[in-house]
Design a protein around this ligand. Sequence first.
Ligand SMILES: Cc1cc2nc3c(=O)[nH]c(=O)nc-3n(C[C@H](O)[C@H](O)[C@H](O)COP(=O)(O)OP(=O)(O)OC[C@H]3O[C@@H](n4cnc5c(N)ncnc54)[C@H](O)[C@@H]3O)c2cc1C
Length: 358
Amino acid sequence: MTRPNNLRADQVQPPQPQVAPVAPSSPVPLRPLHTFGLESYADRLVQIDSTAALHAYANDVENGQGCLLLGEGSNTVFVSDAFRGTVYSMALKGRQYLGCKSGKHRFRVMAGENWHQFVEWTVASGFPGLENLALIPGSVGASPVQNIGAYGLEMCEVTEAVHVFDLQTRQFSVMSAAECRFAYRDSIFKQELAGRCVITAVDFALPVEWTPRLEYGDVKARALAMGELKPINVMKSIIGIRTEKLPDPVCLGNAGSFFKNPIVPDALFQKVVADHPALPNYPSIPGHRKLAAGWLIEQSGLKGFNLGRVGVYNKQALILVNLGGGQSSELLDLIAHVQSTVKAKFGVELEAEPNLVG
Ligand SMILES: Cc1cc2nc3c(=O)[nH]c(=O)nc-3n(C[C@H](O)[C@H](O)[C@H](O)COP(=O)(O)OP(=O)(O)OC[C@H]3O[C@@H](n4cnc5c(N)ncnc54)[C@H](O)[C@@H]3O)c2cc1C
């Protein structure tokens, strides 16, 4: 980590409000704080909206108190009735245009900003480059954690630096994109630095020269049908496709893709594809192939399968949904059922993608 460009405390906006913990006897409902919407409670909820709150979080970590950092909860599922500890909710706000340098427009965005609103703001302000990542739920601060990506673009491609607060040393520092070790749905924040630091802001650099990414699906055709191939129309195309394909968490609780696409050794791939020639598969690390988890689940006959008040989405088997009033025990049973059914049919292990808390 390099330290010269430390975030100043006065960049943590809005400044000053002190942490006012709720009494432990008042359980905090977590249902509105995660998009899967299961009933669960935490002992306390604290907004991270100041440097003082970052230190309060570091104190809790140092004292071994139960605590959890949350953005908008779109990649987190509370799978127990109670979370014994404090949920720290990221609420650092602010976004800044830093100017144009070396052919790139530069922005600094605080971690508590909503991702999609940031994307919309850049496109509407005449700074294209993020339109393919429109409508991904969540906060800007969580975006580097799994290096969010969609429709041929990953956020790491337009990320210049990530500002962090180290919970052990209590220092602010700035990490270059290379130091973040971004990979497919992965970064150092999911590995060595998991639980070690809070991302407080992200710096983006968008090339002045717009190079649209149009390879995926009918993005181009949709944009052209709107009259002209311009950034706003590409963004509207992406929003249209996503709205048709994915359930809106406001209407149907979900956490997006629920299982990672499994990466299997070549020997297992050869065995499965011999029995199932239509098996979708993609290049991966040497000696391995990546399979499509959604296809495996659908071929296991589970698309539309319900277990109590949770189920496998009937339009896209990779997504598990809360049909309304779902219980955490039902979700855990459903996860186990999907995993064991796919394992029995294909011999492939599926791993949950969201952060399961409880
Ligand atoms: C309908 C739907 C569609 C989705 N589509 C996509 C998609 O196309 N592509 C994609 O990549 N993802 C997708 N996702 C997943 C999700 O949107 C992303 O993972 C998003 O970045 C999560 O943001 P969040 O603020 O909700 O994170 P949270 O769920 O709140 O947190 C996720 C993890 O990041 C950690 N974290 C949160 N904030 C910080 C911070 N400031 N510093 C350090 N750690 C932090 C949390 O502790 C937790 O471990 C989708 C989810 C849904 C529900």
